[in-house]
Design a protein around this ligand. Structure first.
Ligand code: ZN
Length: 255
């Protein structure tokens, strides 16, 4: 049995002036761009599966606002409220895939009461005790700060490597941006679409220049990134970006 999905980008926060060089490894530029945080909704065309890939950042607190300068997240960006504004009942979400557990990808899943929350075991392991320079990215190890994903800990399921969740809906292990990064791959009417978190922040990370993909500047290994890009070349027809307003040029993908 096969299935096909239709994908929709949802804006769940934004960085008003983000240094482009932090997205594109090796870029010599001081340019700053406005960058959205995108959560992707994937709807099965034949079953009741309704999947979110990533859930966005939380409204900063007194403590976390020191970590993330220039982050604009308001109450209306909360994933369950964004869903309601798009006419979707948050209780109908069946699955969430966390591409990774950085602060801007995994908040408010506790407001999706019926969803299974899927994340690589290796990412869970790393997120509870990251290297010192990655602690603010995970919001881990600070007094009075509970990392967002831990607020939904009771519903989190660890997965191990590549996992077929349902026909036409697969999770691939794609380490590189972080040790346990994943991509969610959906079959659609017009080819396999991949949502791969911050391995592809901007369209240019995938399209590159001169045919070479460009790793994200924040990474756990350039070689790992290139291996994951190679896998994606085989496994996906379309690769979608996580922090790029050009994704909103279409309101639906896969049609
Ligand atoms: Zn990230």
């Amino acid at each position: 049995m096969s299935d096909q999905y239709v994908l929709e980008p949802l804006v769940v926060g934004r960085f008003p002036a983000f240094p482009l060089a932090k997205f594109l490894y090796g870029l010599d530029s001081s340019e700053k761009i406005e960058a959205p945080c995108i959560s992707w909704l994937a709807r099965s065309t034949t079953t009741n599966l309704l999947v979110l890939v990533d859930t966005g950042p939380a409204v900063p607190t007194k403590e976390t606002s020191q970590f993330h300068v220039g982050l604009d997240v308001r109450d209306e960006h909360r994933i369950d409220r964004v869903l309601v504004s798009h006419g979707i009942d948050p209780t109908e979400i069946t699955h969430v895939v966390f591409t990774h557990l950085h602060f801007d990808h995994c908040s408010y899943a506790e407001h999706l009461p019926n969803a299974r929350l899927l994340v690589q075991r290796s990412e869970l392991r790393y997120a509870v005790s990251p290297e010192a320079e990655h602690r603010t990215g995970y919001e881990t190890g600070f007094r009075n700060v509970i990392p967002s994903w831990m607020k939904a800990f009771d519903k989190i399921e660890a997965i191990e490597g590549d996992t077929e969740v349902a026909p036409g809906f697969q999770i691939l292990a794609l380490p590189g941006h972080t040790p346990g990064s994943s991509g969610a791959i959906f079959d659609t009417k017009v080819g396999r679409h991949a949502i791969v978190g911050d391995l592809v922040n901007q369209v240019e990370n995938w399209e590159g220049n001169g045919g070479n993909h460009i790793p994200p500047t924040l990474n756990c290994g350039i070689e790992e990134c290139h291996k994951s890009f190679k896998r994606l070349e085989k496994e996906a027809d379309v690769v979608l970006a996580s922090h790029d307003y050009r994704m909103l040029d279409s309101s639906r993908y896969g049609l």
